[in-house]
Design a protein around this ligand. Structure first.
Ligand code: ATP
Ligand code: MG
Ligand code: FE
Length: 355
C-alpha cells in the first residue's frame, strides 16, 4: 500500500509518502517546511500567519514528496491528512487539499487524528507490538496514553494547565531567551546549577496521572523577580533549576504510570515499552531521566528519531496505513476538520458506526 500523508495542524507544513506491506513500513519521502522563522518575532505561533503559510507551500511540498518517492498520483492507494486536533485554518488547508486530490483521483481519503499519528510512529520506526505506553510531550500536548491497538487509545493523564513545551517556551520568554524556548532553556541549563533554586514539582504524590506546569512557571517568574537584575549565571541557574523540577516531576508522574501498567496489564510475557514523542523529547536531560526510570521499572525505552517525534506527515500517512491494515474504513469527503478531537474518543467514533 502506498499512501500520501499531509500535515498542517500547527506550524509545520509537511507531506510524505509511506509504503506498508507484510514486512512493515518504509518511508519513501518526507518533506517538512517549518514556519519557525515566520512566528519567531511573535514568540509563538500566530494562527493567521500559519494558515497563509500552509496555503503558500503545501502544493509544492506534495509535488516534491511524490517526486522524491518517484511516484505519480495514480500510483497511490490512499490520501491521508490531519483533520484534528489543531488550528482550524491549517486543518482546513490540509484536509481540503487532501479531499481535492482524493476526489479527482478517485482514491480513498483518511482523515487522521494528529495524536494517533504520534501514537503509532513507534510501530513504523521500531516495529513495536501493542500494547504500550506513550508519553506525548510537545508544545500543545502533555499526555500519558495507553496504546492498546489501532484506533484504541486510553488517555491515562493529561495536563490540567500548560503543556510541557509551552512551559519551556514561556520560561524562555520570561528570561529573555530565544524562541522556541525548549532548545534555548536546555542550552542555558547545561551551564547552570540545577540545585540553586528550589522550584515546585506540582501534583507530586497525587494518584491520578495528570500533569500541571503553570505553578512552576509562576515560581520561575517570582524567582526571576526576586533576583533581578539577572546576570548570565542567574539565568543559567534558573533554567537548570527549572529543568531539575521538570525531570523530577516527570520521573514521579511517569513512574506512577509504569506502575499502573504493571498492575493492570502485567508484562504479557514481553518487556513492556514506554515510547516518548513530541518536540520536548529532544531534551537530553529528560530523555536520560526517562531511560533510567524505565530501566528501574523493567520497561524498555523507545525514542523514535527526532524528526519523526516532532510534527511530520510520515506519521499521518503511516496512521492511515495502519487503519487500512486493521480493516477500518476510509472517511467520507464530507468529513469536517475537528480543532478539538481527544484521542480516546477515536475507537468510539470510528469503529463504532463506521462511515
Ligand atoms: P503539537 O503539540 O501540535 O504537536 P508543536 O509544534 O507545538 O505541536 P512540536 O513541534 O512537537 O510541538 O514541539 C515543539 C515544542 O518542543 C516547543 O514547545 C519547544 O520549545 C519544545 N522543545 C523543542 N526542543 C526542546 C528541548 N531541547 N527541550 C525542551 N523542549 C523542547
Ligand atoms: Mg511544531
Ligand atoms: Fe504534534
Amino acid at each position: 500500500t502506498l499512501i500520501l500523508g499531509i500535515e498542517t495542524s500547527c506550524d509545520e507544513t509537511a507531506a510524505a509518502v509511506v509504503r506498508r506491506d507484510s514486512e512493515g513500513g518504509a518511508i519513501l519521502s518526507n518533506v517538512v517546511f517549518s514556519q519557525l522563522e515566520e512566528h519567531a518575532a511573535y514568540g509563538g505561533v500566530v494562527p493567521e500567519i500559519a494558515a497563509r503559510a500552509h496555503v503558500e507551500v503545501l502544493d509544492g511540498l506534495i509535488r516534491q514528496a511524490l517526486d522524491d518517492a518517484g511516484l505519480e498520483l495514480r500510483d497511490l492507494d490512499a490520501i491521508a491528512a490531519t483533520s484534528g486536533p489543531g488550528l482550524i485554518g491549517g486543518l482546513i488547508v490540509g484536509l481540503m487539499t487532501a479531499k481535492a486530490i482524493a476526489a479527482t483521483s478517485s482514491k480513498p481519503l483518511y482523515a487522521i487524528n494528529h495524536l494517533e499519528g504520534h501514537a503509532l510512529t513507534a510501530r513504523l520506526t521500531n516495529g513495536l507490538d501493542f500494547p504500550y505506553l506513550l508519553l506525548l510531550v510537545s508544545g500543545g500536548h502533555t499526555q500519558m496514553v495507553f496504546v492498546r491497538g489501532v484506533g484504541d487509545y486510553q488517555r491515562w493523564g493529561t495536563t490540567i494547565d500548560d503543556a510541557l513545551g509551552e512551559a519551556f517556551d514561556k520560561t524562555a520568554k520570561l528570561l529573555g531567551l530565544a524562541y522556541p524556548g525548549g532548545p534555548a532553556v536546555e542550552k542555558a541549563a547545561s551551564a547552570g546549577d540545577g540545585r540553586r533554586f528550589d522550584l515546585p514539582t506540582p501534583l507530586r504524590g497525587e494518584s491520578r496521572l495528570d500533569f500541571s506546569f503553570s505553578g512552576l512557571k509562576t515560581a520561575v517568574r517570582q524567582t526571576a523577580e526576586r533576583n533581578a537584575p539577572l546576570d548570565e549565571t542567574d539565568i543559567n541557574d534558573i533554567c537548570a533549576s527549572f529543568q531539575t523540577a521538570i525531570v523530577e516531576t516527570l520521573t514521579e508522574r511517569v513512574g506512577r504510570a509504569l506502575d499502573r501498567f504493571h498492575r493492570e496489564i502485567g508484562a504479557m510475557g514481553e518487556t513492556p515499552q514506554l515510547v516518548v514523542a513530541g518536540g520536548v523529547a529532544a531534551n537530553a536531560a529528560i530523555r536520560a531521566a526517562l531511560e533510567t526510570l524505565c530501566g528501574k521499572h523493567g520497561f524498555g525505552f523507545v525514542a523514535p528519531p527526532l524528526h519523526l517525534c516532532t510534527d511530520n506527515a510520515v506519521m499521518i500517512a503511516w496512521a492511515a496505513a495502519e487503519r487500512m491494515a486493521a480493516g477500518l474504513e476510509a472517511d467520507s469527503l464530507e468529513t469536517a476538520p475537528r480543532p478539538r478531537w481527544p484521542l480516546d474518543t477515536l475507537s468510539a467514533t470510528v469503529i463504532g458506526h463506521g462511515k
